[in-house]
Design a protein. Structure first.
Length: 278
DNA sequence: CGATCTACCTGATGGC
DNA sequence: TGCCATCAGGTAGATC
């Protein structure tokens, strides 16, 4: 589900909706969502804390607390953060309910239960959450020059889609946006990183930055299963602007003649135009 | 070291 | 209808 644009959409909404609020109580249901520490520890460290900010690194959300702790949230495939009222009915797959002292709740909903919440001390995050320390450059949060991009690209010979989705090199790009970025750059998913001309490197760099920002502008992508909705339960709109993802057999939006092709790469569906991408 | 697979889950969909 | 296989935005860990 959520990749950088969806997580960033939720981050911006959280910034408006929950910063300044104090956590009154935390209810953990089920055993999978809070698995790195006991639910009791998570509750103890959250209850009474005031939220001071919401940051994002790649696909991770970092909710900053006035206690010096961070609430780290990863939505994985099917996680959602949804605002709710105490009187609202709690859906079947709601695994964590955070209630604020001023009223209102935040629900963590996740049918597939791959998503995760945990609390760490902000100053111990690198030791206690090594997966965060390993993240590469976030192309939206940490704008980089195209020469920096080129250096990272050329230092790691691999196929372009593997490069784009490697969270330790660039943080935040997943299966949808890798395909959309490669289409925008006019490059095939299986081109090698070290085979690109400097013009192609610049095209890819521009495509990374522009595609992600454009997707954020449209509130991210929601597919037919509606696994991604924003804080207010609303779907994104960027799927209407996809050029290749989920468009197998439909005409390429650039050349308007050739059908979008679908193949499998690294076990994932991969969409591309066999003519416009070289 | 990289690549390839498998596991973690529920639910939707399509073929028979 | 039902049953079974396949697939879905992600990532970590095992194995080769």
């Amino acid at each position: 589900m959520p990749e950088l644009p969806e997580v960033e959409t939720v981050r911006r909404q959280l910034e408006r909706e929950v910063v300044g609020r104090r956590i009154k109580s935390v209810e953990v249901r089920g055993t999978r969502t809070v698995r790195r520490q006991s639910p009791e520890e998570l509750q103890r460290r959250l209850e009474g804390a005031r939220i001071t900010g919401v940051e994002r690194r790649g696909k991770y959300l970092l909710v900053e607390l006035d206690t010096g702790d961070l609430l780290v949230i990863h939505l994985r495939m099917s996680g959602q953060l949804v605002r709710a009222a105490a009187k609202d009915e709690v859906s079947k797959h709601t695994h964590v309910i955070i209630t604020f002292t001023q009223g209102g709740q935040l629900h963590f909903v996740d049918p597939r239960t791959f998503g995760e919440l945990f609390v760490v001390a902000a100053d111990a995050i690198d030791e206690q959450a090594p997966e965060l320390a390993q993240l590469g450059i976030d192309p939206v949060d940490e704008p980089m020059s195209w020469t920096t991009f080129a250096r990272v690209l050329q230092a790691h010979p691999m196929k372009l889609k593997a490069f784009l989705t490697d969270q330790s090199l660039l943080a935040g790009i997943g299966n949808i946006y890798a395909d959309e970025i490669l289409f925008a750059a006019g490059l095939r998913y299986d081109r090698m990183t070290d085979s690109l001309s400097s013009q192609e490197i610049r095209r890819l760099y521009r495509a990374v930055v522009e595609t992600l920002h454009e997707a954020i502008r449209y509130g991210g992508s929601t597919l037919a299963d509606e696994q991604y909705v924003d804080l207010h339960g609303r779907p994104g709109q960027f799927q209407e602007h996809h050029h290749v993802y989920n468009r197998e057999h439909q005409p390429c939006r650039r050349c308007r003649r050739n059908p979008v092709l679908k193949t499998k790469f690294q076990g994932r569906a991969t969409y591309y135009c066999g003519v416009c991408q070289v």
